[in-house]
Design a protein around this ligand. Structure first.
Ligand code: ZN
Length: 253
């Protein structure tokens, strides 16, 4: 852990004077430099998005650092933006964030007027785009429990599960870490898709929960070596892949 290195402390001290003259992008660039002093500074873009909650995320791809922050935090003061930057970038580099930053950020969110603002945004915006996990043919909750017991020793906490409202042919499933939800395309909730195929797609998404994306030399790697090795443990792996290919062909023609 390099959190207590002199360089880091120096970076923190700089905050006090620079605070009110920095844009949010500049805050991220400065925190980045503090955490990764020897890595070339990426291009930073910060977008305030209409999320239903205070979730935020950051990604680093090909030298572009993209930060998506809930627009509910747009009016948060600079020390809060800085605390969030420390939390998100620490997460990106798989480090434990500085506890004072975590505490500062939490205190901000726990204020009554902020809580109220988050609550009303949640009600107004909500997640209306996914359908319940009990589909017409397959029940994702049952399937999740099954796979969890068989492959994860029952240890995986259940995320939100659901079917997509639009039947995507290209995205069969995805795990959205910011909402902690696994969504499978509605097209799979059909007799055309075999039980094996649906289980395989769900298993693949569960592995995304177990193996978060890794960052190697600034590149995001989603299907890591560990991920791929674990995926091969799926019973009838080869058959499942072949059936999946057939299924994709049948829905695209
Ligand atoms: Zn994947």
């Amino acid at each position: 852990m390099e959190l207590a290195s002199p360089c880091y402390i120096w970076g923190r001290m700089q905050v006090e004077t620079a605070l009110f003259f920095e844009t949010v992008e500049e805050i991220y660039a400065r925190v980045f430099r503090t955490l990764k002093p020897r890595t070339a500074l990426p291009r930073v873009s910060v977008r305030f998005r209409k999320y239903a909650n205070a979730n935020s995320r950051v990604s680093l791809v090909n030298g572009n650092l993209t930060v998506d922050i809930s627009d509910l935090l747009q009016s948060a003061p600079a020390p809060i933006q800085e605390a969030l930057a420390l939390i998100l970038l620490s997460k990106l580099f798989r480090r434990v964030p500085e506890q004072s930053a975590v505490a500062r950020y939490r205190r901000y969110l726990h204020q009554a007027h902020i809580r109220q603002m988050l609550q009303s945004a949640k009600q107004a915006r909500g997640r209306k785009t996914i359908r319940p996990p009990q589909g017409e043919v397959y029940d994702l909750c049952k399937m999740f429990e099954d796979l969890n017991l068989r492959y994860f020793g029952g240890s995986m906490p259940q995320p939100q599960l659901g079917w997509s409202s639009k039947g995507s042919r290209t995205t069969l499933g995805h795990y959205d870490p910011s909402h902690h939800v696994i969504v499978l395309t509605r097209l799979l909730d059909s007799p055309k898709a075999t039980d094996l195929v649906v289980r395989y797609v769900l298993f693949h998404e569960m592995l995304h929960l177990k193996f978060p994306a890794e960052y190697r030399e600034g590149r995001r790697c989603v299907h890591t070596r560990e991920f791929k090795d674990a995926e091969k443990n799926f019973e009838h792996f080869g058959e499942a892949k072949r059936e999946l290919r057939r299924f994709v062909e049948s829905v695209s023609s």
